[in-house]
Design a binder for this molecule. Structure first.
Ligand SMILES: [Zn+2]
Length: 149
C-alpha cells in the first residue's frame, strides 16, 4: 500500500491509499477519487514523496479518532479501511502511549527494528515526521485496539 498526498481544485489537502502509482492513475482516470471535504473530482497528486505503510523502519502510528481519520481519505470505504486496520493490528506490536518514544528508538537503532503501533497526538506525529521518521495515522475501532496479544 502507498499513501499519496492529494489535493483538489479548492486546495484541500488529504490522502489516498493505492496499491501502486498505476492504481492511482487508473482511479484518477476512471473518476473514482473525490475530495472528502468538498466532493470535487478534480484531484491531483501533490509533489511529495510517497509513503509506504509496510516495510522496514516505517512504523505505523495509529490513532483512535476514527471520525477524524475517516474523513481524511479520498477513496477508502469503511469495509476496506477495516480490513487494512485489522491487518496492521495483527502484524504490529502494540506499544500504546509509548509510540513516539519507541518509534524514535527504532529509528535511531536503539531498539530492535520492528513494526509497531500505538497512539500519538497530531503534534507528536508532526515532530516524528520532522525527524524523518515515517508514520501513518489510522483509525482503529476500539474492539480492535483493545485486542490482547
Ligand atoms: Zn476539496
Amino acid at each position: 500500500m502507498i499513501v499519496f498526498d492529494l489535493g483538489c481544485e479548492n486546495d484541500h489537502r488529504f490522502e489516498g491509499w493505492f496499491s501502486s502509482s498505476e492504481d492511482f492513475e487508473r482511479q484518477q482516470r476512471e473518476d473514482l477519487l473525490s475530495c472528502p471535504l468538498c466532493g470535487s473530482h478534480a484531484i491531483t497528486r501533490r509533489l511529495t514523496a510517497a509513503r509506504v505503510n509496510t516495510g522496514r523502519a516505517e512504523p505505523p502510528a495509529v490513532q483512535m479518532t476514527r471520525e477524524q481519520a475517516a474523513s481524511q481519505y479520498a477513496n477508502f470505504d469503511a469495509a476496506r479501511l477495516l480490513k487494512l486496520v485489522s491487518h496492521i493490528v495483527e502484524n504490529t506490536e502494540d506499544v500504546g502511549r509509548a509510540f513516539p518514544e519507541e518509534a524514535r528508538k527504532i529509528h535511531y537503532r536503539e531498539a530492535p527494528e520492528r513494526q509497531i503501533r500505538g497512539t500519538a497526538s497530531p503534534q507528536e506525529v508532526d515532530a516524528l515526521r520532522e525527524e524523518g521518521i515515517d508514520v501513518v495515522q489510522l483509525p482503529v475501532p476500539p474492539h480492535l485496539g483493545d485486542k490482547p496479544h
